[in-house]
Every structure is written in structure tokens, then in C-alpha cells.
Design a protein around this ligand. Structure first.
Ligand code: NI
Length: 172
């Protein structure tokens, strides 16, 4: 397994809708293992293909930090097919490292997509898992959490980013 480089805002791959995953081959399986390794090492609870500069609709996620293998997911071509309730909470992103903002999300969601063999399945998540499913599916569409907050809050986040860019502390 290998750790991949996580790209940071404003890399264009993060801001562009990704292409569907169509090949479920050994190359994909190896990439998925590398994505898990990269996510755990970061550490993070989710990582999308676009964040490792691969413009494909897919993500890995594990909100248990490796403690519950049954909640370790890879999903290709995700679609949120059910959204219920609301939650407010701090949200971050490995591509906007170290900066958090309150983001309103649905409390309970079901995502539909494909596993690493191309088989269709669904993930049902609440609270953090629901937040993560929405956040990672957004990545596949070229959206970041800063697209889901008010212009004022977005400006606060981007001001922090610009400060870090100026001092050379922002990944490039
Ligand atoms: Ni993210």
C-alpha cells in the first residue's frame, strides 16, 4: 500500500464534477487500498477520488477510525437517494486542512452506489456517517463544504486559507 498526495483547495480537480467509475479491475482495487491508507494516516473519516487528483466518482469512508470493519466503505458512483432531518455541526475537509465551519446537513441519509466489484449496494448512515456520505458525494460533484455555507462564513474560511497561503503553510 502507498500513501497518496492529498490535493488542497483551489486545485481544479476538486472543483470539477468527476467522471463515473466504469472499470472495476485490479487497478481500482489497489487504488482503493491506497485511498484507505491515505485516509487513515491523515487522519480522516472520508476521502474522495478527486482529493487524490483522480477525477472519478468514488470515495472511501470509515467514521469508526478502523474500529468497526463493517462500517468501512468504498463507494463508486454514489447517489444520495434519501435525506431526512437536519443536523448542525463543525465540518472539515482534508483538502481544506485545519479549518472547520458549521455546516447544516441532513441527519439521516441513504446513499446508493457500487462496491469495488461493481455490485450495487446502499449505505444507510446517521449523524457523522450521514454528514460524511453527503460531504463525499459532494466531492464527486466538484463541491466542497464551503459551497454549502453562507457567503459570510465562506469568506471567513477563505480568509484563513489566504493567510496560510501567504505564510507558505498551505499545501500546494
Ligand atoms: Ni472533504
Amino acid at each position: 500500500m502507498a500513501r497518496l498526495k492529498i490535493v488542497a483547495w483551489p486545485e481544479s480537480v476538486l472543483l470539477t464534477p468527476a467522471e463515473p467509475v466504469t472499470k472495476f479491475d485490479d487497478k481500482l482495487k489497489k487504488l482503493v487500498e491506497d485511498m484507505f491508507e491515505t485516509m487513515y494516516a491523515a487522519p480522516g473519516v472520508g476521502l474522495a477520488g478527486t482529493q487524490v487528483a483522480i477525477a472519478k466518482r468514488m470515495f472511501v469512508m470509515d467514521c469508526t477510525g478502523g474500529k468497526d470493519p463493517s462500517r468501512r466503505f468504498f463507494m463508486a458512483n454514489p447517489e444520495i437517494i434519501l435525506k431526512e432531518g437536519k443536523q448542525d455541526g463543525d465540518e472539515g475537509c482534508l483538502s481544506i486542512p485545519g479549518i472547520y465551519s458549521k455546516v447544516q446537513r441532513s441527519m439521516h441519509v441513504i446513499a446508493r452506489g457500487q462496491d469495488v466489484n461493481g455490485k450495487e449496494y446502499q449505505i444507510e448512515g446517521t449523524e457523522l456517517e450521514a454528514r460524511c456520505l453527503q460531504h463525499e458525494t459532494d466531492h464527486c460533484d466538484g463541491f466542497l463544504y464551503i459551497n454549502r455555507i453562507s457567503p459570510l462564513k465562506r469568506e471567513l474560511v477563505l480568509r484563513k486559507v489566504r493567510k496560510l497561503q501567504k505564510t507558505g503553510e498551505w499545501p500546494s
